[in-house]
Write a protein that binds this ligand. Structure first.
Ligand code: NAI
Length: 309
């Protein structure tokens, strides 16, 4: 059973140690699910306060999971949470945090210069077999990997999780032009190992989910602008007529209107193959809400008012 087969077997290339860079909402969620499924995890952030917030986020989320998993056994639930949290080490040192990793998942601010610098630093400190993944929603993986050497670009890809990570089952596995087949295969196996479903796709704006959702959300806003129906009726129509769990305006408010505008403006201006695409042209209504600071659920008001809840 030794030789070539063993060398390239899933056992030899299996991911056991995961480093997550960025302890925000997404990073903490990715660390949490990785540790839940028995991976050894290191959570890395630039400051201790962010790591503490990440820890608190995981503890709270795990407590909810444990309550469902062990409804009659609070002591067992408590021990389970502690055991999962015990598999997550925290550090502010990037070189130390990635030194033994089989996979690094980056979930820091959505800024190309920051990510490029970070990937170069990770490549310099992580082992040669380590997969380098970005959780970016809107930046091309190929551009993040640009400063790296060719072999390192071969093991760089996107692993796009959805918010909230512990609940959302999908992970888009984004294959950049230079990502190797072996890297894609290992990433797919990792996604399955943490109880999620992978969807492999090319490195194009919005990947699959956002490429389909954003035109839909923008067109819903245009229906409203044209006076076809009000927001509540459009939401009701899509929930009951198309079976969507949320209507488009509920979804816009949940995602954040500033985020929606940031992404669609970016694609309209310079999205690969999308430049000038009418689907992503600015909307007067959206611009007005964002300018007024009505950003959705997080600001208390967007298309709907959340202040009285
Ligand atoms: P966040 O702002 O909550 O967290 C970012 C964290 O990264 C902060 O704790 C910050 O201290 C840390 N950080 C910044 N620069 C760093 C560096 N150089 N080294 C180490 N840590 C650093 O952001 P969030 O919402 O968790 O998003 C992170 C990434 O995930 C972004 O690329 C975003 O596009 C992507 N994403 C976000 C989704 C969302 O719904 N929020 C959904 C899917 C992807």
């Amino acid at each position: 059973a030794l030789g070539r087969g063993a060398l390239y077997s899933s056992e030899a290339s299996a991911i056991k140690r995961v480093a997550v860079v960025g302890g925000g909402q997404m990073g903490a969620g990715i660390a949490q699910v990785s540790a839940t499924y028995e991976h050894g995890v290191t959570l890395i952030d630039v400051n201790h306060e962010a790591l503490d917030r990440g820890h608190a986020y995981m503890a709270k989320s795990l407590a909810r999971v444990a309550k469902k998993k062990f409804p009659e056994e609070p002591a067992v639930a408590h021990d389970w949470v502690e055991a999962v949290l015990g598999r997550v080490r925290r550090t502010t040192s990037l070189p130390e945090g990635v030194a033994n990793a089989d996979l690094v998942v980056e979930a820091v601010v959505e800024n190309i210069a920051v990510k490029q610098k970070l990937f170069a630093d990770i490549a310099g400190a992580a082992p040669g077999h380590c997969l380098l993944a970005s959780n970016t929603s809107s930046l091309p993986i190929g551009r993040i990997a640009e400063p790296l050497d060719a072999p390192t670009r071969g093991r760089t890809l996107g692993l796009h999780f959805f918010n909230p990570v512990p609940q959302m089952k999908l992970v888009e596995v984004v294959r950049a032009a230079e990502t190797s087949e072996q890297a894609v295969g290992r990433a797919v196996a990792f996604v399955k190992s943490i109880g999620k479903a992978p969807a492999v796709c090319k490195d194009t704006p919005g990947f699959i989910v956002n490429r389909l959702l954003l035109p839909y959300m923008m067109e819903a806003i245009r229906l409203l602008e044209r006076g076809v129906a009000d927001a509540r009726d459009i939401d009701t129509a899509m929930k009951l007529g198309a079976g969507y769990p949320m209507g488009p305006f509920e979804l816009c408010d949940y995602v954040g209107l500033d985020t929606l505008k940031f992404i669609t403006d970016g694609w309209f201006k310079e999205g690969d193959g999308l430049r000038g695409d009418k689907a992503f042209a600015a909307s007067g209504k959206l611009d007005e809400l964002v300018a007024a600071g009505h950003l959705g659920v997080k600001s208390g008001r967007g298309f709907y008012d959340y202040s009285k809840k």
